[in-house]
Design a protein. Structure first.
Lengths: 349, 461
């Protein structure tokens, strides 16, 4: 089983312990943080392991790239700590198990990964995806498994990932354009952190969109919009991608409003908190985030992750704001329409 | 010897009388596992007078009569065990009255739940009735006759408990009103304050008469309705969870699912319940109450709530649920049947263990949906197995598993719901002898010639 590549020395030399002192859900000064972190490294009990909300942010806060969050998750699993109730974890472990049913399109060297999210079936069409829209992989066989970071089940991800990557390789894919941020995070951060070789080049869809929009520059009409960006958990694993988003916004003439809960101080969608810690924390985080979005009066609230969309888009709309996925925002810039919309669910009685 | 076919055509337009082979074939079986047996005639009356005339003819000639609604019981209850006349009630499908202020509807003997639902949605969206999770062609009457359960059963009891009056053609041909409608123009009660004679027709599977009209109670249709899903992986916790939720008096329906596929269901018990409200505040209050009573399980990490996205909620909110139909084709070939004892909810763990043991023993796909009844006084627990209709061996295995399940369920305190004729015999064998004697006397009194759906609840001394 692949093991975490972790450098104790880096932590030993760290004076500020930002992985814990910057945590939005803990209140620790540097001395206390140092003590707790040392316990975690040593495999001792620490209240941090129980208190962790699995927001992933410590991965970004660590200036040494030493993967504090992966360490926490490994320790949680070793100690049998359940960040969410056991049946919820079981459900997640079971429902994403590869069952040998491949869902693939007309494969090319470059392919889109839908991960295990049907939303992309609506999103990944039109001019932005011309020539590649049918080169698609989808389903458990191609599921990135990063979700198990929330459930202290990295062993599942570590066990399944080699098979998933092999499934992708077997499709002849050289470049995998990850439409789900979490997939890119898996191949660009999680897999390398555990010394796993990735047999293809992962491409974040922000990078793809930047290149694609550059090639369509004559058709791009700057939108002149101000947007609030909803940063999702897995972006914390790949902070190097955040500047790419800024470039993308610039290309389509969109201003990313500097709001309280964006950038390093971002709040995640918090729906995982509901299942893990109960409704009070989730409601509080979501309320603060939505209040902040509302306060900056954006033209749109922009989503990256479909799971955030599912959790927050409806609540955003209830506040009188307009939710949109980043792909759709790019579509607007080339004269196409928004394709992922809130489902109109009328309660049948 | 008289020609029954011609006699029937003097009662009903000949287009609605048949003795053709293809139709007798279709009417001789149901989607379950009980052996087929064909009727000799099929008739489709439209009036109570036509029903009366048919019954009088059958009584005079001592011919069996089997009244049929949607034919969806799966346990062969309308398979004409002794041939005779099959009385297909589908053409008596009118909704005669919706008494908005009184909160009831009067429907004909063949009115479907789908038709009543549509009528209410269109004209009285603030009212609803208890919709069973059978296909929408299930009839209101037949569902009440088998003591069906529906989406309001957790709050209001069996669907038969929600009946507010009957019109019945007795096996000797008389038309009889049952309940308040016997003395008043209003159909507000099936019995009280008078002797409740409606019990002479519910649970009897058409062996005591033909219901031609039925009053069904309607209830408020709240503006908001939300499914809530709680999981646990410990069967022994399920009864307490059900009880605690029931005692909040905050929930509408509650069903516990156990099945190995789709994979997200595997190794867990899915406790799905619904909260309703006229305001978001009411909804949130109820949600909080439900969280509170289950908080201990959550803290102990033995149970947890699933965050449901709209796409997950949509099938949960659909009425009837389409999941049953989907499960029915898991084995391909479209075969599905279940044994459904009504039992104390404390029996959930032993029943679910037996469900799985039998699936393993007979190599079958299983599922179970246990619906809480009347706040937790009992539950309907389904032992469900799928089979391929083109594979007689699988069908036999499914039948054997169901027979064993029924025996186990009864041994463990349950009473079979809509029992097939074998299960009826098993039930009567276990029944208090004086109760059985009373049933026999009632049957003899109402149906002296034994023409009504013979083979069912048939007592042999």
């Amino acid at each position: 089983m692949p093991q975490l590549v972790f450098d104790r020395e880096k932590c030993a030399k760290c004076k500020t312990v930002p992985c814990l002192t910057k945590c939005q859900y803990l209140s620790l000064d540097a001395a206390a943080a140092k003590k707790e972190w040392q316990k975690i490294i040593n495999g001792e009990d620490s209240f941090v392991l129980e208190a962790c909300t699995t927001c992933y942010a410590c991965e970004e806060y660590c200036p040494h790239g030493n993967h504090p969050f992966y360490m926490i998750v490994d320790r949680q699993e070793e100690k049998g700590i359940l960040p969410s109730p056991r049946p919820i974890i079981t459900m997640w472990v079971n429902q994403c198990e590869p069952v040998g049913k491949f869902t693939v399109g007309l494969m090319q060297d470059k392919a889109l990964s839908y991960c295990f999210l049907a939303h992309f079936n609506a999103l990944a069409h039109g001019k932005l995806f011309e020539s590649i829209e049918y080169s698609v992989v989808f389903g458990q066989e191609f599921f990135c498994n990063a979700v198990y970071l929330h459930y202290a089940r990295l062993s599942v991800a570590r066990a399944r990932l080699p098979g998933v990557m092999e499934n992708i390789r077997k499709q002849g894919i050289k470049e995998l354009i990850c439409l789900h941020d979490e997939c890119y995070a898996t191949y660009a951060s999680l897999a390398p952190a555990y010394g796993m070789e990735v047999p293809f080049k992962p491409v974040h869809y922000y990078e793809y969109l930047v290149e694609r929009l550059k090639s369509l520059k004559n058709e791009v009409k700057p939108l002149g919009l101000r947007v609030a960006y909803q940063r999702n958990c897995s972006t914390r694993l790949i902070p190097q991608i955040d500047p790419v988003l800024d470039e993308l916004f610039k290309l389509i003439g969109v201003e990313r409003i500097d709001r309280k809960y964006d950038r390093k101080n971002a709040l995640c969608c918090a729906e995982i908190f509901r299942m893990a810690k109960g409704p009070d924390l989730a409601d509080d985080v979501q309320k603060r985030n939505l209040d902040d979005m509302q306060a900056v009066n954006p033209d749109y609230v922009v989503f990256n992750c479909p799971a955030c969309w599912d959790s927050l888009a409806g609540r955003v709309a209830e506040r009188g704001l307009k939710p949109i996925h980043i792909i759709d925002l790019c579509k607007l810039a080339i004269g196409e329409e928004q394709s992922l919309k809130l489902s109109k669910m009328e309660a049948e009685v | 010897m008289i020609d029954i076919y011609n006699e029937l055509t003097t009662i009903i337009d000949k287009d609605y009388v048949s003795n053709s082979k293809e139709e007798l074939y279709m009417y001789g079986r149901d989607p379950g596992l009980m052996p087929a047996h064909e009727p000799e005639y099929v008739v489709m009356p439209t009036t109570v007078e036509e029903v009366q005339a048919i019954i009088r003819l059958a009584n005079r000639e001592k011919i069996a009569v089997v009244p049929k609604g949607g034919g969806l019981s799966l346990t062969g209850l309308v398979i004409p065990q002794k041939g005779g006349i099959l009385l297909d009630m589908k053409r008596m499908g009118k909704i005669i009255e919706v008494n908005e202020k009184g909160g009831y509807a009067i429907v004909e003997g063949g009115t479907t739940h789908g038709a009543l639902k549509s009528c209410l949605l269109k004209n009285y969206p603030h009212l609803r009735h208890s919709i069973p999770d059978s296909p929408p062609i299930a009839t209101v009457v037949a569902n009440a006759v088998i003591h069906g359960q529906g989406r309001l059963t957790q709050q209001r009891g069996f669907n038969s408990d929600m009946v507010s009056g009957l019109e019945v053609v007795l096996p000797t041909g008389e038309v009889c009103k049952i309940g308040s409608c016997a003395v008043s123009q209003y159909w507000f009660s099936k019995g009280p304050p008078m002797p409740d004679l409606s019990s002479l027709f519910f649970g009897w599977f058409g062996t005591t008469g033909v219901i031609t009209k039925l009053g069904i109670k309607l209830y408020p249709c709240k503006k908001y309705r939300d499914p809530v899903l709680f999981l646990t992986d410990r069967a022994e916790l399920v009864p307490d969870i059900m009880r605690k939720l029931g005692r909040t008096e905050m929930i509408e329906d509650l069903v516990v699912n156990a099945q190995p596929i789709p994979l997200r269901y595997k190794d867990n018990y899915y406790i799905l319940f619904y909260i309703t409200g006229d305001t978001e505040e009411e909804l949130e209050f109820k949600r909080k109450m439900c969280w509170n009573v289950l908080w201990d399980y959550f803290e102990r990490r033995e149970g947890g709530f699933v965050s449901l996205i709209p796409e997950m909620k949509a099938p949960m909110l659909s009425m009837p649920s389409k999941d049953t139909t989907r499960f029915a084709d898991v084995s391909k070939g479209g075969g599905f049947e279940y044994s459904g004892p009504i039992a104390p909810i404390e029996k959930y763990p032993v029943y679910v263990k037996k469900l799985i043991d039998l699936a393993e023993k007979y190599s079958l796909f299983y599922s179970s949906a246990a619906r809480m009844i009347d706040g937790g006084h009992s539950m309907m627990f389904s032992f469900s197995y799928t089979f391929n209709r083109a594979d007689p061996q699988t069908m036999k295995r499914a039948k054997d598993a169901l027979d064993e399940a029924a025996e186990f369920a009864v041994e463990n305190g349950g009473v079979m719901w809509k029992p097939n004729i074998d299960e009826q015999k098993m039930t009567m064998k276990k029944m208090d002898p004086n109760t059985l004697e009373l049933m026999m006397r009632i049957k003899k009194l109402l149906d002296p010639n034994g023409i009504m759906n013979p083979g069912n609840w048939e007592v042999s001394r």
